[in-house]
Design a protein around this ligand. Structure first.
Ligand SMILES: CC(C)(COP(=O)(O)OP(=O)(O)OC[C@H]1O[C@@H](n2cnc3c(N)ncnc32)[C@H](O)[C@@H]1OP(=O)(O)O)[C@@H](O)C(=O)NCCC(=O)NCCS
Length: 144
């Protein structure tokens, strides 16, 4: 997904509102989740988000989402947010986010999603890492 940062997206310092970036991240991840499960999917969790570099008015923002793993009814989506300098086309990573989406049926109950078949070693590593993050997430959920 590509966005152009407009003055209405920015704070008084001319950098984009964090909440605007979070909304783009959520939408980009939702599209990816829904493409995989072919149904409605809702955000269940967003892992801690860090803003590594400012994004300014006039910048081009590129969001790249990827499904790391499909569990039962839940999916882990990774979103990288990069800012692209319009003149040099150089890109800087600004945010990396992990979101959990849950697929729902028409009554709002969680619905099993298709499994994700790994194609290479990178996919297998992503699946392993996603499973580890999931256990930590569920552990945090239990301890609330
Ligand atoms: C997300 C939601 C559907 C989960 O419903 P639930 O009744 O708790 O369902 P379950 O406990 O059976 O969990 C369903 C799946 O969600 C996962 N899940 C639920 N909460 C989670 C969390 N905080 N982190 C990670 N995974 C979570 C479970 O692990 C399970 O995954 P699995 O099927 O792959 O094993 C429900 O909490 C909800 O509707 N939340 C609000 C969602 C929403 O409105 N989002 C928009 C932004 S506010």
């Amino acid at each position: 997904m590509t966005e152009l940062v407009l003055p209405g997206d920015a704070n008084v310092l001319g950098s984009v509102f964090g909440g605007q970036v979070m909304a783009w991240v959520d939408i980009c991840a939702a599209i990816t989740a829904q493409r995989h499960c072919g149904r409605i999917a809702v955000t269940a969790a967003v892992d801690d988000l860090q803003f590594l570099a400012p994004i300014r008015v006039g910048d081009i923002v590129r969001l790249t989402a990827r499904l790391n793993e499909a569990f039962g009814s839940s999916m882990e989506i990774e979103v990288d947010v990069e800012v692209e300098d319009p003149q040099t086309r150089n890109r800087t990573l600004c945010v990396q986010a992990y979101l959990t989406f849950v697929c729902l049926d028409e009554t709002g109950a969680p619905l099993r999603v298709p499994a994700l078949a790994p194609r290479d070693d990178d996919d297998r590593e992503r699946k392993r890492d996603a499973a580890e993050r999931r256990s930590q997430r569920l552990e945090r959920r239990r301890s609330r």
